[in-house]
Design a protein around this ligand. Structure first.
Ligand SMILES: CC(C)(COP(=O)(O)OP(=O)(O)OC[C@H]1O[C@@H](n2cnc3c(N)ncnc32)[C@H](O)[C@@H]1OP(=O)(O)O)[C@@H](O)C(=O)NCCC(=O)NCCS
Length: 153
């Protein structure tokens, strides 16, 4: 697995991904592919032998309205291709993303905002050294979220 730049082809593929419930809230169907290739939005591709298997994000895109955020940490997020979820690949995928993010941005800490129901994602991030720092309800739809962070050496 490695991180490479986001391309129009990868972006066109990501907007077709559909996750089974309850993870369908992560579907990006309907998003303009150009959103993912705009460097301001911080999307990069995760590939395995040239095949797109996921994406990672670095920056404000990972924030959820209603959370309290400062500039002391770099927000990260992302997703695996739907058919590759639930197989134990997430830990390596996220770890590779964090290595890339650490090398590119040298943050003092990483931060991730996860839906409270998404225990699967929380387990992976906790396993990578993230600890919860806050919970809140989104101002958009009231759903619960937890913010976790990890200090960088
Ligand atoms: C979040 C994500 C990276 C997790 O990676 P993954 O490879 O699918 O996760 P795993 O299969 O390794 O499961 C992680 C853990 O959660 C557990 N788990 C899975 N489903 C669970 C559930 N419904 N309830 C509780 N635990 C669950 C697994 O048993 C595993 O436990 P372990 O820590 O003892 O090994 C991946 O599913 C993904 O990218 N999903 C896209 C949608 C999404 O959830 N996005 C969240 C934003 S990061």
């Amino acid at each position: 697995m490695e991180i490479v730049g986001m391309t129009e082809e990868y972006a066109a593929n990501i907007v077709t991904w559909r996750y089974p419930p309850p993870y369908d809230c992560y579907d990006l169907v309907g998003t303009e592919p150009a959103f993912f290739t705009d460097p301001q939005n911080g999307y990069v591709a995760l590939v395995d032998e040239g095949k797109l298997i996921g994406y990672r994000t670095f920056g404000a895109d990972g924030r959820v309205p209603g959370g309290e955020y400062d500039e002391c940490a770099l927000d990260t997020g992302g997703g695996l291709r739907p058919e590759l979820t639930g197989l134990g690949l997430g830990r390596q995928a996220i770890a590779i993303g964090l290595e890339y993010g650490a090398a590119c941005f040298r943050p003092t800490a990483f931060r991730v905002t996860l839906a409270s129901f998404n225990i699967r994602a929380q387990r992976v991030f906790r396993g990578l050294g993230f600890a919860p720092t806050a919970t809140f309800n989104a101002t958009t739809d009231g759903r619960g979220f937890v913010i976790l962070s990890r200090q960088q050496p």
